[in-house]
Design a protein. Sequence first.
Lengths: 362, 278, 287
Amino acid sequence: MSADLVVTGLVKNFAGFRAVDVSFSVEKGSFFSILGPSGCGKTTLLRMIAGFEEPSSGQIIISGRDMAGVPPNHRPANLVFQHLALFPMMNVADNIAFGLKRRRVAAAEIRRRTGEILERVELPGYGDKAIHQLSGGQKQRVAIARCLILDPKVLLLDEPLGALDLKLREQMKVELKKLQAKIGTTFIYITHDQSEALVMSDTVAVMHRGRFEQLGSPQELYHDPHTPFVAGFVGESNKWPGELITCTADEAEFRTEEGYLFRARPNIPAVPGARASLFLRPEAIFLEPEATPALNSFAATVRAILFDGANSRLLTTVVSGRELLVALPQNRAFDHIRVGDTVNLGWHPGSGVVFADGEDQG
Amino acid sequence: MRGRALFWLFITPVLLWLLLLILLPHLDLLLLSFRNREGWTLDNYRTFFYEPVYWLTFVRTALYSIITTFLTLCLALPVAFYITKLARPGMRGLLVVLLLLPFWVSELVRVYGWMILLRESGGLNYLLLKLGILHQPVEMLYRDATMIMGLVYTSMLFMVVPLVSTMEGLDDSLIEAACDLGAGRLTIWWTIIIPHCKPGITSGSIVVFMLVLGNYLTPNLMGGKNSLWFTEQIYNQFIASFNWNQGAAFGFLLLALSSAIIWLGLKITGQRLGEVAR
Amino acid sequence: MIRSLPRSPSYNRAFTLFITLYFLFLFAPLLVTCVLAFNNSDFPALPWYGFTLDWFLSAGPERVGIFQDADNLRAIRISFQTALWVSLLSVTVGVCAAFLFEQENFIGKELLYYLMLAPLVIPGVILGISILLGANTVGSYFDEVWGWDFDLFRPSFWLVVFGQFSFITTFVTLVVSARLRTFDRSLEEAALNLGATRLEVIRLITLPFLRSAVIGAGAVAFLMSFENFNTTLFLVGSQPTLPINLYLQVRDGSTPVINAVSLLLILGSAVLAVINLYFDRRREEKG
């Protein structure tokens, strides 16, 4: 597979601090997401690819062409803006035709292709509508159509779902994923919402302080985080400080500050006795497990029941008062649990990851 | 951006405008004020300080301008308050339009209207005589009080508009909260409304002051012969005496006064001209 | 105290009375002026002698109506021409200035910005004499050194145009800048991203966005120019504008023909005001 976008040693410095420092490549036709908290440098990175920011050093190659010195209006990459930036003074058709008109395409051809693309984004006959007549999701699709009609090698998307309400956002995630699969254009999508990145992407890069912490499939990031930051940022985790007792390549003995002794998976082998943290996902913890020696087990007191449908959880505390979130399956088996109850909890050693504490804590 | 050509397209007319029509003429004004027929001199300024009629007019103009600005503010505050906070929402648009309408009309027409209302044979005298309040027609024109009223009237708009727009930005709930916490009317005005409107008050006052100080028409037509305004002195030097150097000195003094008072106003309220202009 | 809070009836009554009186104060002089334009009397004063259109239509010789009054008609025409030129020039330069101050960065920008604001704090009379003096200096320089004699540098039509232009442009710049500041720069970036050149971006995206503000500013510029007195007073040559012409007539004693002109001015201003308001509304609706 060839790469549509190759970024090598790309650096952007702002007044003495390094905002971006990355290298990566994106395969043709894939959905690539850059996930990171606000201020991590992802927007700067995207704007450098689009040509709105000048890199301090490094190289951007889009489908084999070096982009150094190429102005934004001549790059084969189009950008869907965060607030979409649809031109309010034009109707839908004129917005979509804007790029083709700049290329001096014949009017009849423009009309034909505008109609086609409107079909493709499931807005047939919407050409004459004014922008303010569209719903949030429709605007979204017009913004994407406006870029896709130019057949870009790479479509850049700058958190385009951020402005939508929750329900529509869920729906648009699926639609975007389907659309990308259908047209096969390379999508580069930046977001701070881990669920958007996980649901839609083939590959996700987690960005933090201008660098990629980890790059991999959504499953890899979720199940095998390489850094404490990724463990904490992708999905929900309970963080439990303590120290390492023994440590081999695939199993560590870990003692929490409260004195519980657990077996867990070490991220990288570390010196016994080192300070470390255990990252444990709420859904990795079983409620009232059958006692087997294979499981780590302990008891906790229920402080609150956080009912949220399929995402319901218990807020529990262990002896020291440390809070732990535990998934509460909605299969009616645990309806009897009340606030104040003491429950037995257990988890597989393979599903908790221990990171030795470094300076770089998320 | 890369469009350097575009930058020159923008800056060339702006530079021509600001240099040829603003900067150079005022430098010329300054230079000429230090000259007379023989050459460089301070005589033009000396004349100003040695002739009481000149500096008295100057002080008078300054004082009356400040008084006028203050009166305009006092009148405009309740008007702006009524329109933004008391009038029914449906009425508000109409009131604002009515408020602005007279100021679209030439100042000359407005002053003329007051003249035919107030003079001895004017409408107000006619009305008061008919009603039996007066027995003798009174000349109401050509008095200082009338002139100040005329100046307040002329510059009202420039106070009301910024006040209305800042007061619109004042969240009603702040007033409600103050009331809820037991504040009286005066306290609310003093601690909530006025501090909030400070930017509007500053920009309104600056513009009104500047306009009143530099006004020629209203003092000339409504003030009569014995209530001289400093701009009339400038006019006399230019048009009647044809002493342009003397006129330039007077002009520069007026400019210095208006700049100084505006600067002082900005200093006191801690604002900047750039912000006020917005 | 405000709408949502309980108020005493006397507070309400006092405030309503105050506002009524205020609006009476605002409109009384205009109303009287308009009404007296139709009074069948040789003086713009009461009592009412009956309705007449003499001050509009009469051809003389005792009463000359405004539509027969060559002198005033000429002044109106000159004012129109002046205002047209001033609004055209000030809108062009004002739009350039708005782009310059809102979208470009250069050394000395702050300084230039303050210079642009200067006409706000320079009294109109001073502006008038400065430009008169400056033009005279340049004019006599050309005359003495090269023997060239330009009418432009003497009080004349064009000097009035430039004098008014010099401060009206500041207002246009401020109005257009305010609008430009609300412009979402990502629209420009989007257009660039879709392949437009810088000039196309301005022509297709930014200028249409500014259109209503530019039209509004142009209307205000027209009116400011049409009505300007203070600056014009010193620059006017043998072609007086309407306000100057009216001033001379008012100073030397008045006839109701001035009321008739005023009535026309009031109507004209009202029409312009309504147009401007309409564009303001549309601008707000479009957001």
